[in-house]
Design a protein around this ligand. Structure first.
Ligand code: NAP
Length: 324
């Protein structure tokens, strides 16, 4: 992949945590925009972003950030997207593209669209990449390499604007696919939201046994538990918002999951080794399929190399990409 001329003049990033700061780092490394203006809710984060030097300018308000920007990406928790849209609506430049990175798309579309003026291209997006870490220090330029970014353009979205945003994400190393927001929310409910809920549950359950077994839980965590603890360390605000805003799809998947769990429970109770073996064989094949299509490697995932990005040290503990 070769670098192309900048696609946008000024990128405004609202929210500079894991995802926003990774976009800033990757966009700069790829020269995909001429200027990056950033803002965050707290003075502490704004100060840290300025110290890190990952944006050309750090400003104090959302309205100031979007002034003159031809690409605005809102990188805040899903539940805050509506209020951010209300703040920026009147300050957007005609012809600008407004996007986001939220893990739920129906709610973002519903909450943001009413505040955005005609003449602005609203194209929600979700980079399916992340780690359990938060904040501007957690980001890294290669986060999106080899990962999917899903665009959910509303009906009637301008095709050129959609293609330009797709080109932006491809320049950051991502593969891009478009689909309706409702379909996105259903797919992500099973591939991301339910796994996180299970991890949150199991780590909580283990903690209930902590009185007697805390040392054993930690000592023998490599037996499976450790992987759950990493996912269960994910940002509480972000995940609260995911479950509140993708309630219907998550409940639907949870219903099916509970039925399947009941079946496995019954197989264990009845000593039905054949049923257990058949189930585990099927799930092993699914895992191997994921490795085959390049969405994970058999080795621990320390981020994928990008042909043109300088290799940055990964944050410690080593970030493993996570499909959030
Ligand atoms: P993060 O590291 O916690 O950063 C969140 C940013 O949003 C911070 O700059 C924070 O500002 C700001 N913010 C928080 N609450 C806000 C509010 N009420 N109003 C305005 N700004 C607010 O989060 P992240 O992991 O980058 O996640 C951002 C978005 O990306 C979320 O919508 C999430 O669903 C999506 N996403 C996350 C992942 C993942 O794995 N983490 C993956 C894909 C997509 P302060 O620092 O000043 O508080």
């Amino acid at each position: 992949m070769t670098k192309s001329a900048p696609l946008y003049n000024r990128l405004a990033l609202i929210g500079v945590g894991l995802i926003g700061s990774s976009i800033a780092r990757a966009a700069r490394a790829q020269d995909v925009v001429r200027e990056i203006v950033a803002t965050a809710r707290s003075a502490d984060t704004r100060r840290r972003v300025a110290e890190l030097g990952i944006a050309d300018r750090v400003v104090d308000s959302n309205a100031a950030a979007v002034a003159g920007a031809d690409l605005v990406i809102v990188c805040v928790p899903v539940g805050a997207c509506g209020e951010v849209a209300a703040e920026i609506g009147a300050h957007l430049v005609r012809g600008a593209t407004v996007s986001d990175v939220g893990s739920v798309k129906g709610a973002v579309l519903h909450d943001m669209a009413p505040h955005l003026p005609a003449g602005v291209h609203f194209i929600p997006a979700h980079p399916v990449a992340g780690t359990e870490n938060s904040g501007p220090d957690a980001g890294f330029a290669t986060l999106f390499v080899g990962r999917w970014c899903i665009l959910t353009p509303p009906d009637g979205a301008d095709a050129d604007a959609v293609e330009k945003l797709a080109a932006f994400w491809r320049a950051l190393g991502a593969n891009v696919e478009s689909m309706p927001a409702a379909h996105h929310d259903l797919v992500l409910a099973i591939t991301s939201h339910l796994p996180h809920l299970i991890a949150y549950t199991i780590v909580g359950t283990a903690d209930e046994f902590a009185e007697v077994t805390r040392s054993e839980v930690l000592k023998f965590s490599a037996g499976g538990f450790r992987d759950f603890t990493r996912i269960a360390a994910s940002d509480p605000t972000m995940w609260r918002d995911v479950f509140l805003t993708n309630k219907d799809a998550v409940l639907e998947m949870l219903g099916t999951f509970n039925e399947d769990l009941a079946q496995l429970t019954r197989a264990i109770r009845r000593g039905d080794g054949e049923a257990l073996f058949a189930h585990f064989t099927r799930t092993r094949a699914i895992r191997r399929g994921i490795v085959q299509i390049g969405q994970d490697s058999p080795a621990p995932d320390f981020g994928r190399p990008h042909p043109h990005l300088p290799v940055e040290p990964l944050p410690r503990p080593y970030a493993t990409s996570d499909d959030s």
